[in-house]
Design a protein around this ligand. Sequence first.
Ligand code: ADP
Ligand code: MG
Length: 321
Amino acid sequence: MVIAKTVVIALGGNAILQPGQKGVYEEQLENVRKTCVQVVAMMEDGYRVVITHGNGPQVGNILIQNEAGSGQVPAMPLDVCGAESQGLIGYMIQQSLSNLLRGSGESTPVVTLVTQMVVDKRDPAFQKPTKPVGPFYDEAKARRAMAEKGETWIEDSGRGWRKVVPSPDPVRIVERDAILALVESGAVVVANGGGGIPVVDEGGVLTGVEAVIDKDLGGQRLAADIGADVFLILTDVPRVAINYRKPDQMELDSMTLDEVERYQREGHFKAGSMGPKVEACRRFVVNCGGLAIISSLDSAIDALKGRAGTWITANGERKPN
Ligand code: ADP
Ligand code: MG
């Protein structure tokens, strides 16, 4: 009997919103539909698929809507906005993917799960917020928020002032067992969107916190928790490069764990973009011994087959899946 391989796919921002687009609903839905065509191709190839995704632009827009409407209805905290974005994006994926599956005669259910991720209150990230969220404001408003609410704001490269929040390490998915049960039942599961909603667990009591979890690091936790065979990060570049954007840039077909660690020390992967992806892959290979791949969205199938993307394994092997 052939046992299907389980792939956790981490979809980058470009899977939902392309650079230069305004974020009109129809644009986002069309991008999601194109992404789902790739997912269907993977399923037809026999993979069990679990999907996670980024939410930066969407949660940013929800924050702006909350702020703009706050004269009429109360604004919701960041964790609630994160939950809303999981629903928004999950809805688009559920609908697009089910439509495509039904079109090819499949009745596989697609389910989105609002997912909470436990973080550690003592995580050093809480002492040093780094992740900008929400709209830009003028200095006066930023200074007021810092003085009155104890928030951290930074001047963001001449574009104005922005609130920054901590980006703690993901520790544990609260809904892990439910996700596993859904996967076992044969459903395509969309989970842990935006890296998960950050919560702290104090003696079994969960509370949302104002923070943002990196979606690639959160995706790694998901992949490890459900025992995935492959962790596939789909983004907007075909491969990981060393000496990125320098004359001697070199794109890599594969990396061993030793190479990953050496390149990390040498600073080849930018914080906030390629850095967390490579680190997430490193953790997956260390924790689960499996295969992690970073590739572009449109070559997802080729990447799984070993014909595209950067493969990260313990010993750098690259054999067809
Ligand atoms: P996503 O929305 O998919 O998470 P990001 O913008 O966070 O995408 O990360 C992908 C980007 O990382 C690429 O567009 C590229 O500009 C950048 N990047 C930084 N360092 C590297 C590197 N060493 N090799 C390849 N891409 C890199
Ligand atoms: Mg990113």
